[in-house]
Ligand binder design. Structure first.
Ligand SMILES: [Zn+2]
Length: 141
C-alpha cells in the first residue's frame, strides 16, 4: 500500500472552494507541508485557463517554495481540479507530471451536486499510484 497524507481542514476546504470558483475551468495550486501532512494549499493562476489542463506559473512555485521554507516546510506537491471528470489522473497529468515524492491532489468532478472528491497520486516507475488522504477535521488548523 502507498503512504498516507493528512490534509489540514483549511487546506481541504480551500482546494474545494478554489475548484468551485474556477469551474468550468481547471484550478491549480501548490501543497505546502511535510512528508506526512498538507498544511496549506496555496492557490495559483492556471496559465492555460483551460477546462482540461493546467500550468502553474513558475514564479508562483518559487514564491510558495520560499515562503514554505521560511516556516520549515516545503512545497510537497500540487493540486488541480477536474471540472467534469473524476479525481483520477489523465494521460496529460502523467505526461506532464514529475516523479515521487511530489504529490498530485485532484478534486473532481466539480460540476456536480455535493462535494467533489479529493484524491492524491504520485508517480512511481512511470505510473500513478494512489496516496491515501485523511482529512484533519479539527477546524482552524
Ligand atoms: Zn488532471
Amino acid at each position: 500500500m502507498g503512504r498516507t497524507l493528512t490534509v489540514s481542514h483549511a487546506a481541504w476546504a480551500s482546494i474545494v472552494a478554489h475548484a468551485r470558483h474556477d469551474a468550468p475551468l481547471e484550478c491549480c495550486g501548490l501543497l505546502v507541508g511535510d512528508d506526512h501532512r498538507v498544511a496549506t494549499a496555496v492557490a495559483a493562476a492556471n496559465a492555460d485557463a483551460s477546462p482540461v489542463r493546467y500550468t502553474i506559473d513558475p514564479k508562483a512555485y518559487l514564491r510558495a517554495s520560499r515562503e514554505a521554507r521560511a516556516s520549515g516546510l516545503d512545497v510537497i506537491g500540487a493540486y488541480h481540479s477536474h471540472p467534469t471528470s473524476a479525481a483520477q489522473p489523465s494521460a496529460t497529468d502523467l505526461a506532464e507530471g514529475v516523479g515521487a515524492p511530489f504529490v498530485y491532489v485532484i478534486a473532481g468532478p466539480v460540476l456536480q451536486h455535493g462535494e467533489p472528491s479529493l484524491r492524491a497520486w504520485e508517480i512511481l516507475a512511470g505510473r500513478f499510484v494512489e496516496v491515501r488522504l485523511e482529512r484533519d477535521d479539527a477546524p482552524g488548523q
